[in-house]
Design a protein around this ligand. Structure first.
Ligand code: ZN
Ligand code: ZN
Length: 383
């Protein structure tokens, strides 16, 4: 089933502003809303189409892609409907599986730490905060996967005292607050509540002599290096987690994690949408008319593409399997090639004469617009 043009679906011109789009969409959405048309399959379908069209056109980036590549820009990958943008958290979950080790499955925790919350409360269990590192990689690296070493400043566990905060060789003495039990009790009415001793943080002992390197904190500032393995298929916004490589905890507390957020460099030739690549190739107008074979760039090198005779401007060819491997399945997307027509900028006298003869033989003079369009215009003026 051929898809209807998104602009005509919404009944707006290709130059429609964002507010015009919104207005048109609202009107149609209300008109075709399933609640208003119970059991009406046609209305339901229309509602879906209109929503899909608006979903694409409201996003300036998607709209530009749609203007350039038409529906082909959003096919494949997403399994029909909208391929949509990929939720980076979704990727994260796919790559690392729910929970993984230690961190506890929920994602609320990440945000808490990213935004500096979640640290208050009992100082005895001060887990080090998570860190974020923004890493730029090339499109090719995103496609093949790559290993990168990242260097960053962080609090690392103090080596001389192994993070304990006590000067090496010095002894620890029993905590006077809890008498070495690590627990203190508070009485509230009939209930006695046990909690971790705030003085010794539950260890039952206190430091006699504070470590000189870290002044008892158990951690020091340093430049850390960590190797990050980037799997094939990552995209801008993908997050990779290196457990335990964030800030060290205080006095032996659990370290935070390092999150590496991937950013793709812009490519001169290719644009990427999900797993597919797009490129535009201007070909000489004679080749478009006569047909032939051209060499096209791909991420893996060169491929040849057959251009049939009478290829029109805007035709999109698909090179299967020349896209980016899917992060989850490893299946490669496609490469789309949009053909545009390159018209000579200068003609010699002789070339001009020949072209004029050619135009004459086609009956072009006085008839410069394509036959199919002329037929459309004729119908339009009849109405
Ligand atoms: Zn204590
Ligand atoms: Zn120390």
């Amino acid at each position: 089933m051929a898809k209807k043009d998104f602009y005509s679906l919404l009944g707006v011109s290709r130059e429609a502003s964002a507010s015009e789009l919104k207005k048109a969409y609202r009107k149609l959405a209300v008109q075709y809303h399933p609640d208003k048309n119970p059991g009406d399959k046609e209305a339901e379908e229309k509602f879906k189409q209109v929503s899909e069209a608006y979903d694409v056109l409201k996003d300036p980036e998607k709209r530009q892609r749609y203007d350039q590549f038409g529906h082909a820009a959003f096919q494949g990958g997403g399994g029909g409907g909208h391929a949509g943008s990929v939720d980076p958290f979704e990727i994260f979950r796919e790559v690392f599986g729910g929970g993984g080790g230690g961190g506890g499955g929920g994602f609320g925790g990440i945000f808490e730490n990213f935004f500096g919350g979640g640290m208050g409360g009992d100082p005895s269990s001060v887990r080090g905060p998570d860190l974020r590192y923004d890493l730029e990689i090339s499109l090719k690296e995103a496609s093949k996967g790559v290993e990168r070493e990242v260097r960053y400043r962080r609090h690392a566990p103090c080596k001389p005292c192994s993070g304990s905060g006590a000067e090496p060789g010095s002894s620890k003495s029993g905590c006077p607050t809890c008498r070495g039990t690590g627990q203190v009790a508070t009485n509230r009415g009939f209930i006695s509540i046990q909690r971790t001793c705030p003085k010794c943080k539950g260890t039952g002992s206190v430091i006699e002599k504070v470590c000189r390197s870290c002044r008892g904190e158990g951690r020091v500032q340093e430049t850390s290096k960590v190797k990050i393995k980037i799997p094939p298929g990552v995209d801008t916004g993908s997050r990779l987690c290196s457990r335990g490589q964030g800030e060290a905890g205080i006095q032996g507390g659990e370290p935070g994690d390092l999150y590496v957020v991937v950013h793709l460099k812009e490519h001169e030739v290719f644009e990427r949408t999900n797993d597919d690549l797009y490129c535009e190739i201007p070909i000489k107008f004679t080749l478009a008319a006569l047909g032939g074979t051209i060499e096209v760039p791909t991420l893996d090198g060169k491929a040849s593409l057959k251009i049939p005779s009478s290829t029109q401007s805007g035709t999109v060819f698909r090179l299967r399997g020349h896209g980016i491997p899917n992060l989850r399945t490893g299946r490669k997307g496609d490469q789309m090639i949009r053909i545009s027509i390159d018209v000579p900028k200068r003609l010699t006298k002789d070339q001009r004469k020949r072209l004029e003869d050619f135009a004459e033989s086609c009956g072009d003079p006085g008839n410069p617009v394509s036959d199919s369009f002329r037929a459309k215009v004729k119908r339009y003026f009849k109405e």
